[in-house]
Design a binder for this molecule. Structure first.
Ligand SMILES: NC(=O)c1ccc[n+]([C@@H]2O[C@H](COP(=O)([O-])OP(=O)(O)OC[C@H]3O[C@@H](n4cnc5c(N)ncnc54)[C@H](O)[C@@H]3O)[C@@H](O)[C@H]2O)c1
Ligand SMILES: O=C(O)C[C@H](O)C(=O)O
Ligand SMILES: [Mg+2]
Length: 476
């Protein structure tokens, strides 16, 4: 079992201790020497010779766990019976389940929810398919679709391994915005096949949230589905990320007093998230964006087979800067990382402009760890929940879909995204704004509410809303 660096999880160690030889003081010292923090001790059983205890210990990564087990193994009279991880335990059997809205208590109920009564509802929908929005789960249900090709920053780990992330997204949809979301991980990474399957699934759903599908395939998949379906399709890693990034950056710039249009912004990792973030920043007025991927900076005027990179060649790097990240970071006001772990070094930070803003958003491990970066940056954010400024698309997708479903929007427009970004930014009041509070907490219920209201207003303005909010559902 591998726990990513800085994951800060808890493990439970079951220890069998020989009463005559084991020293609890020695055990506690060994754990603390390894960097672990004991937070609970439970006695499981005792007999004349031995005592068995469960120790709950906070650890930061697998190496710490391994060291604890090794040091305890050296203690006289101590046997490590097993190690379990609380994060793994929370995933036993998956994280979500389906529940009926009503109990079926008698034959009368049965004949309404099922045969024969249900036939009346089926016939009504067959005569008027749009009634599916009122008489089925379509009204409040979103498919979270992944092919497992770009799961967090873990890469192409396949559909089964993607499921825990998609289940987590479904939990967040429900908790933040009361949207019923269902994880669907596909055993194909073929663009045409994904489009065909999602189209075939669409009658069940009121919206499609594409998740963790790698660039550049994700661009074509989303575009075609938007064109060919009459329900909203939203690639979260592109647009959700871009929305939240813009919200955080607008607030961070208020602190540094710099104008977006005057900032040099380096975007590192030009995949789904990086391309969408750069497009959003350009639309908001950024004029000096430089995109960097593994091979270095994208050159203005260059030709690239990757259509995301071609956008960078056509629209960014106005001064023709070249080289690797460590070259183009010189003089940058803002670093946006959506690439992978450890890409940014402390020396790079030292070459940035005054009051640097660093959003190291790769998950689960950021481009630079906050504790390394903090002394050299003015505003720091990561994508993770264990850091105060969490720039994560969870601040967008629940409220975005709540709004889309409520007004039955046909699609997501650029205006809706900008409105969502401003709504998120507005939750942090100017008088509250500071270096460790540029973006609201994901637990702030006002976020999803404000995002959905902003999305509904923008949908009506753009003429893509198909349901007036104040209207009661009509059945004919
Ligand atoms: N915080 C958030 O809300 C959020 C949202 C979306 C994605 N992300 C993170 O962003 C990262 C990318 O996600 P994606 O969906 O865009 O994936 P993707 O596969 O579409 O793109 C990743 C890109 O990063 C590049 N890259 C990887 N390592 C690099 C390195 N060392 N230097 C330069 N470029 C590098 C790849 O070549 C690729 O172009 C992941 O770590 C993901 O977890 C964070
Ligand atoms: O899943 C997350 O936490 C954010 C984002 O969708 C990612 O892929 O990293
Ligand atoms: Mg994602």
């Amino acid at each position: 079992m591998s726990i990513p660096a800085g994951a800060n999880t808890s493990i439970i160690l079951r220890l069998e201790l020989e009463r005559s030889t084991a020293s609890f003081g020695g055990i506690a010292t060994a754990i603390s020497e390894a960097g672990g923090d004991i937070i609970a001790i439970d006695v499981v059983r005792t007999d004349k010779l031995t005592t068995t205890r469960d120790l709950t210990i906070n650890v930061t990564d697998s190496k710490q766990t391994d060291l604890i087990v090794e040091l305890l193994g050296r203690q006289a009279g101590v046997t490590v019976v097993h190690v379990s991880d609380q994060t793994m335990l929370m995933h036993l059997g998956g994280k979500i389940e389906m529940n009926p809205k009503y109990p079926i208590k008698n034959r009368n109920d049965l004949s309404r929810v099922y045969t024969p009564g249900v036939a009346q509802v089926c016939t009504a929908i067959a005569e008027k398919p749009s009634l599916a929005h009122q008489l089925t789960i379509k009204r409040n249900t979103v498919a979270v679709v992944s092919d497992g090709s770009a799961v967090l920053g873990l890469g192409n780990i396949g559909p089964e391994a993607a499921m825990p992330v998609m289940e987590g997204k479904a939990m967040l949809f429900k908790q933040m915005a009361n949207v019923d979301a269902f994880p669907i991980c596909l055993d194909t990474q073929d663009t045409e096949e994904i489009i065909r399957i999602v189209k075939a699934l669409s009658p069940t759903f009121g919206g499609i949230n594409l998740e963790d599908i790698s660039a550049p395939r994700c661009f074509e998949i989303e575009e075609r589905l938007v064109e060919e379906l009459d329900i909203p399709v939203f690639h979260d890693d592109q647009h959700g990320t871009a929305v939240v990034l813009l919200a955080g950056l607008l607030n961070a710039l208020k602190l540094t007093g710099k104008e977006l249009s005057a900032c040099k912004i380096v975007v590192c990792g030009l995949g789904a998230a990086g391309t969408a973030c750069a497009k959003m920043l350009a639309a908001a007025g950024a004029a000096n964006i430089i995109g960097v991927d593994r091979e270095g900076a994208i050159q203005r005027g260059g030709r690239y087979a990757n259509r995301g990179w071609q956008w960078f060649a056509d629209h960014t790097n106005p001064h023709g800067e070249s080289g690797r990240l460590s070259d183009v970071i010189t003089g940058a006001d803002v670093f946006i990382g959506v690439s992978g772990p450890g890409v940014l070094q402390v020396d790079d930070l030292k070459r940035m402009a005054t009051d640097p803003i660093v959003f190291a958003m790769a998950n689960p491990t950021p481009e630079i760890l906050p504790e390394e970066a903090e002394p050299y940056v003015r505003v720091m954010a990561t994508g993770r929940s264990d850091y105060p400024n969490q720039i994560n698309n969870v601040l967008c997708f629940p409220g975005m879909f709540r709004g889309l479903l409520d007004c039955r929007a046909a699609r997501v427009t650029d205006e809706m995204k900008v409105a969502a970004a401003k709504a998120i930014a507005s939750v942090v009041k100017d008088e509250e704004l500071n270096e460790t509070y540029i973006i609201p907490s994901v637990f702030n219920q006002a976020v999803a509410e404000r995002v959905s209201e902003a999305v509904i207003a923008a949908a009506h303005e753009a003429g893509v809303a198909r349901r007036n909010r104040d209207k009661a559902p009509v059945l004919s």
